[in-house]
Design a protein around this ligand. Sequence first.
Ligand code: AMP
Length: 220
Amino acid sequence: MLGAPGSGKGTWSKFLSDALGLPHISSGDLFRRELAKDSPLGHQLRSYLDEGKLVPDDLTIRLLGQEIIEGTGQQGFILDGFPRTMAQADALDALLLDSGQAIDRVVEIQVSEQVIIGRALSRFVCEGCGQPYNTTTMKPQVEGICDRCGGRIVRRSDDNEQTLKQRLKAYREKTAPLTDYYQRQGKLAVFPNDGPPDRKAQQELLELLGQAEPVNEVAD
Ligand code: AMP
C-alpha cells in the first residue's frame, strides 16, 4: 500500500487484511512497537520518527525483511508502508524472488493535501495493535479504548504540523517515484480516497483488486 502520511494506508490495509484473510505487515507499526519497548533499537528509531524522517534503508530492509520471512506463509500478505524508497523496492523484489513470491498489486491511495493534513491532525492510534481512529468518522465505541484489542488509544508523536511537513516532503521526494516503477510493471492500482472509509469505498477498493465480494465479512 502506497500513500502519503494520513492517506489511510493503515485503515485500508487492516480492512484488506480482514476481508481477504491475509496478514498485515506495517513498517510504521513495527517501528512504533520497538519505540514502546524502549530498547536501544527503539532509541535509534525514535530520532527518525520524531523528526518525520525516513529510517535508513539498511536498517529498514533488515527489520522488514525479517518480519516478512518470519511473519508470512506462502498465502500472501498486505504490505503497508514498505517499500518507501527505490533501494527498498529493489531489496523487496530480491527477497520475494528468493522465496518464490512476487508483488501482485500495488495500491496507491490518492488523497488531496488538505484532507491529509486534517486527517493526520485528528488521528489517534491503538498502542497495542496500531488500529487507527479519529475524532470524526472513526471513533472507538468506548473513549480511549481500542475496539479490536482493548489497548490504549493515543496520539502518535509524529502527528504534529511540523513533523507532518517533513513526512510529506520525504513522501514526495523518496516514495512518490515508486508509483512510476510499479506502473511500468503494470501493477499499479490508483485508489482515490478523499471521502470516509464507508462501505462504498470498501467495495471500490475490492473491485480495483478484482475482488468484487469480500472473502470475509467485515464490519463498517
Ligand atoms: P507510517 O506509520 O507508515 O506513517 O510510518 C511512520 C514513520 O516510520 C515514518 O514517518 C518513518 O519515519 C518511519 N517509516 C515507516 N516505514 C518506513 C520505511 N519503509 N522506510 C523508512 N522509514 C519508514
